[in-house]
Design a protein around this ligand. Structure first.
Ligand SMILES: Nc1ncnc2c1ncn2[C@@H]1O[C@H](COP(=O)(O)OP(=O)(O)O)[C@@H](O)[C@H]1O
Ligand SMILES: [Mg+2]
Length: 150
């Protein structure tokens, strides 16, 4: 497991940049944590670091937003999904199994659809107003090696 504290927004942006630099097409990232924990903020940092210059908004109403950066990026927020059928209706497989990067906020709400190989990122509030604790689990051994090498 990788665990770190980002004391302010700048630290989260810099972590997002590091993560983006070691992602490969097909990588799947689950983001969980309470409202305001920073799932969208970290996603935006990753998306911008992947070369997207468009304005990045939360996909909470659209469920999925697509970007074309260094790789295709599919940014989901599944909080408003009431029934798993809604995921089939939007054709989630087209995104989840494409050669892009998937970032899925509230992934635990659709756990049955999450591909087995993924990174799990959990965010939570730290002691200060602007600090966030970030934990990554999943197939992190390789990721850890890459992060250490940076
Ligand atoms: N260190 C930090 N990392 C991420 N976000 C932070 C940090 N400090 C303050 N924030 C603020 O916390 C809020 C996180 O909101 P958001 O990313 O929308 O949360 P979520 O998507 O998890 O509901 C943003 O307003 C952001 O500016
Ligand atoms: Mg969000």
């Amino acid at each position: 497991m990788i665990s770190l504290i980002c004391h302010n927004e700048a630290a989260t942006i810099s972590f997002g940049e590091k993560l983006a630099s070691i992602l490969s097409p097909g990588d799947f990232i689950c983001l969980d944590g309470d409202l305001g924990a920073g799932k969208t903020f970290l996603s935006k940092s990753i998306i911008h670091a992947l070369g997207v210059t468009d304005y990045v908004t939360s996909p909470s109403y659209t469920i999925v937003n697509e970007y074309e950066g260094k790789y295709p990026i599919y940014h989901f927020d599944v909080y408003r999904i009431d029934d798993i059928d809604e995921m089939y209706e939007i054709g989630y497989e087209e995104y989840f199994y494409a050669e892009g990067i998937c970032l899925v906020e509230w992934a635990n709400m659709i756990s049955e659809l999450i591909p087995p190989s993924h990174y799990q990122i959990r965010l939570r509030m730290g002691a200060e107003f602007t600090s966030r604790i970030i934990e990554i689990t999943g197939s992190t051994t390789e990721l850890e090696k890459k992060l250490e090498a940076l």
